[in-house]
Design a protein around this ligand. Sequence first.
Ligand SMILES: Nc1ncnc2c1ncn2[C@@H]1O[C@H](COP(=O)(O)OP(=O)(O)O)[C@@H](O)[C@H]1O
Ligand SMILES: [Mg+2]
Length: 358
Amino acid sequence: MEMQLNKKNAQEPMIRIEHLYKTFRSGAAGVRALVDVSLEIEKGSIFGIIGFSGAGKSTLVRCLNLLERPTSGKVFVGGKELTAMKESEVRKSRKKISMIFQLFNLMKSRTVLGNVLFPLRGSSLSLSQRRSKAIELLKIVGLEEKLNAYPSELSGGQKQRVAIARALASDPEVLLCDEATSALDPQTTQDILSLIKDLNRKLGITVIVITHEMAVVKQICDSVAVMENGSVVEKGDIYTVFSNPQMPITRRFIGTTDGVERVKGQIDDIISPLGLSKGDTVVELSFHGSASGHALVSNLSRKFDIDISIIYGNIEMLDGKPLGKMITVFRGKDESIRSALSSIDGESIFAEVMYHAE
Ligand SMILES: Nc1ncnc2c1ncn2[C@@H]1O[C@H](COP(=O)(O)OP(=O)(O)O)[C@@H](O)[C@H]1O
Ligand SMILES: [Mg+2]
């Protein structure tokens, strides 16, 4: 019995959301901020939620710890249903979840140390234990030199480090980052994302990253959900979503970090000056994992007696695996092009005809 329970807990995601709706009453018409959102977020993962401004991302994270009461639907944290709890129990469960924000939300009148001590004020630790804990956390985020500085004396990156130390003071299992790097320059963004990834690895803390920047998702997330108009329109592990995006909005987001998706978005403009002849076929090739090193183009060219020119190519690492994408023009007899395309395995190399010149 005991063992079965443990086993069940081991499989339970850190966060499970079922059919969440949130409608804000404003005037006669309500604002439907969340529409039937269901998600599972694995323990120990870094989960990205991406969407344009107004998509419902912040409402979703506020509903996760019931800072906002959903209109309907269920929220489970660590297997327990928050939406079925009394307010006093919710307050206890909420301690498992910490949050950091775009504008850091530090207390200006308190020192760095004072800010990190603040969430410990109700704890059972002695004063000196609290102090050691806060200093330890400030060491983890690389700010032990700044204990007595005030927020106004810190850079944006340093402020966010204080906010992270403060968020960790309550020993949370989940860290919610709502646009946490949106106010930072690119280098500082990299540094803060690396720190968050480190904390995820070392402390096993589950991280939810809310952002409107695909580059952020690409750098640290294992999985991603794309939100549009209050709904999750696409979700999956990042390799799958980046290698095979389904929805136009997902393609747009990927296009901000991936040249191939961008080129595809303007393909008509790009191919018209190329002077394609009848029968020329524009093909997107994608190479997953080790297939990225495969000599596909020269092999096809030799074997099927066709010419293949490369308009655009790109390779990048996602979740530690290479993903190569290429836009090419196949030129040759129709029959040869068809045979060449059908010889591509569709397991680790994929071909998609984008345009066929008539
Ligand atoms: N307290 C509120 N009252 C009324 N409307 C709100 C409130 N909070 C958010 N909204 C509306 O809900 C929608 C989603 O907002 P939000 O969750 O902040 O989006 P995002 O974080 O993706 O930018 C928007 O249309 C916003 O105007
Ligand atoms: Mg927001």
